[in-house]
Design a protein around this ligand. Structure first.
Ligand SMILES: Nc1ncnc2c1ncn2[C@@H]1O[C@H](COP(=O)(O)OP(=O)(O)OP(=O)(O)O)[C@@H](O)[C@H]1O
Length: 575
């Protein structure tokens, strides 16, 4: 069984933040009783025990209320630390240290959970485990052998939450479920049920698959047997094929011999047939010769042989002549073809030339017409009746060339004159352009001057308007001044110089005062003008307001006028 030995507290709630403020509480067996007046810190000790063991902060202290108030400590940043020494379920000594900080911000506090360290003594050496809160809480639960809900709701139940056994059914059940870890069992049971369901499903699927696999296996067996039979058949067939092939080879050789012999036989047969037909032909020729023969040669065989040879020579000569003649005939035929082609080309050329001749005639006629018209235009005589001879044409050409030269000269003269004129015009255009630029610049300057003058005029008008108000007062003052000056004059005449000087000084001072008052009055006038404008605006706004209340004006008109937000009220006492 685990047991808590000691706990030190620093910077939690009313516990101080300095090292000297560390409080160490020792716990006794079998019972420790905390006694003290209200606000002494009993609850804080229980809260610290709860936080150290389960990592749970007291209710309502998330914003840093669990840490000593930085305002009380006159610090911006306060650190708190709780250390707990306890024996774990195995009786080994374990220390847990949890730290927090609270920083004072402009409006609130910021709470931060800092380092968490568990230290054990293993084989005489200290082993520290620094880890995140979640891991630390799990480690504490396994070390203490008590679940978190038991720590929070039973052992270190906060006094503010101590009446949870009286809470309503659902919350109570949840608490009990958490304390007795029933939720875990329910979850485990649910998980087991789901697992069982899944496994049953898997078994069913596996059984179905097994059936299929068995069928497949039987099929595979059958196929394997069939394959073996077929392979044996194939082997047997291969042997028989080999045997047949062995027998076929000599037969093929024999067949080749037979083919060769058959070819020879057929050739001989053809020879026989040819000889027979030749024999028949010769017999027939013989017969024909016998029939056509007029007289039978009566000489000897040698004579016949001579005659025959002579005849043969004559025949050969004739054959040669025939061949020569045929060659010549072929040559003549080729020449004839070539000549025909030449004839065709010549015919084409003839047609083309005829066409050209026609065109030439047309050109001549056109030329003559043009010569006639040009001669009449140029006033040349002797070119009225075409056709014209070469002589006539030459003289016409000469005349025309002369006239052309004359015209060219005239044109060049005219061109020179025109160029001269153009240069003069260009010069005058340039002058005009310069003048125009100068005038434009002058106009611009005048316009600027006009603008400035207009501005000045506006200023003067404004000044005049301002002065108009005070002009009457000015007139009064001027008349007063004139009166005073008259008085001064009369007094100078009637008084001595010293008195007069004094009086003059006084009057000058008075004048200065009057000047001041005049300026002040001017300012007042200006102000009055401003206020009059403001009043007019105010009246307008009031009128608009009244009209709006009556619903006379449309929305647009109401919003497009003065903005009431920007409107400044006139100075009090003036209006
Ligand atoms: N954040 C804080 N900073 C400084 N002091 C605090 C802070 N929070 C509470 N305190 C002070 O700590 C004390 C509270 O102590 P605690 O509630 O533990 O006393 P208690 O002995 O349990 O009192 P009770 O008998 O009334 O329950 C009060 O004096 C309170 O003013």
């Amino acid at each position: 069984m685990s047991r808590i030995d000691k706990m030190s507290i620093l910077g939690v709630r009313s516990f101080g933040i300095e090292d000297k403020d560390i409080q160490v509480i020792s716990f006794f067996s079998p019972l420790t009783v905390l006694v003290g007046p209200n606000g002494a810190g009993k609850t804080t000790i229980i809260e610290c025990l709860r936080y150290a063991t389960s990592g749970e902060l007291p209710p309502g202290s998330k914003g840093g209320a669990f840490v000593h108030d930085p305002k009380d400590a006159h610090e911006t940043d306060v650190r708190a630390q709780i250390r707990l020494l306890f024996s774990d379920v195995n009786g080994e000594k374990v220390t847990i240290q949890r730290s927090m900080s609270c920083t004072q911000k402009a409006k609130n506090y910021s709470f931060k959970s800092l380092e968490q360290v568990i230290t054990r003594i293993k084989d005489g050496e200290k082993v520290s485990l620094s880890s995140k809160c979640g891991d630390m809480d799990r480690e504490m639960i396994s070390s203490l052998g008590v679940s978190k809900p038991v720590l929070n709701h039973v052992i270190f139940c906060h006094q503010e939450e101590s009446n949870w056994p009286l809470s309503e059914g659902k919350a109570l059940k949840e608490k009990f479920d958490a304390i007795f870890a029933a939720t875990k069992y329910i979850k485990a049971l649910e998980t087991m049920r789901q697992l069982r369901h899944k496994q049953t499903q898997t078994v069913k699927e596996c059984q179905v698959e097994l059936r299929y696999l068995k069928q497949n296996k039987e099929k595979a067996q059958q196929i394997r047997e069939t394959v073996a039979t077929k392979e044996a058949q194939l082997m047997a067939s291969r042997d028989s094929v080999q045997q047949i092939e062995d027998r076929i080879t000599p037969l093929e050789n024999q067949l080749t011999d037979i083919d060769t012999k058959l070819g020879k036989v057929m050739k001989l047969d053809n020879d026989i047939k040819a000889l027979e037909s030749r024999k028949k032909q010769m017999e027939q020729d013989n017969k024909e010769l016998e029939e056509t023969m007029e007289q039978v040669f009566q000489g000897s065989d040698e004579q016949l042989q001579d005659v025959y040879q002579n005849h043969q020579r004559t025949v050969k000569q004739k054959e040669r002549r025939l061949a020569d003649n045929q060659k010549e005939l072929e040559k003549a035929g080729r020449e004839c073809q070539r000549l025909n082609r030449v004839k065709a080309d010549l015919l084409v050329e003839q047609g083309r030339l005829r066409l050209e001749a026609d065109r030439h005639m047309d050109n001549i006629m056109t030329r003559d017409t043009q010569v006639r018209s040009l001669s009449s235009y140029l006033g040349l005589e002797g070119y009225d009746r075409p056709p014209f001879s070469d002589l006539q044409l030459d003289s016409f050409h000469r005349h025309v060339t002369e006239r052309l030269e004359q015209e060219k000269e005239t044109v060049s003269q005219v061109m020179a004159e025109l160029q001269e004129k153009e240069q003069r015009k260009q010069q005058s255009i340039d002058d005009m352009r310069d003048k125009k630029t100068g005038l434009e610049r002058t106009v611009e300057l005048k316009r600027d001057l006009q603008g400035k003058k207009q501005q000045e005029l506006r200023d003067i008008r404004a000044q005049l308007q301002r002065l108009e108000g005070s002009s009457s007062r000015l007139q009064e003052l001027e008349s007063e001044l004139a009166k005073v000056e008259r008085e001064l004059h009369s007094t100078i005449q009637s008084s001595n110089v010293e008195e007069l000087k004094n009086e003059v000084g006084e009057l000058q001072r008075e004048k200065t005062d009057l000047d001041h008052s005049q300026r002040r009055l001017d300012k007042e006038m200006e102000m009055l003008n401003t206020h009059t404008t403001a009043r007019t605006q105010m009246d307008m706004l009031n009128r608009e307001k009244v009209s709006k209340q009556r619903g006379e004006f449309p929305e647009k008109e109401l919003t497009s006028g003065f903005n009431l937000d920007n409107f400044e009220l006139p100075l009090p006492g003036i209006l």
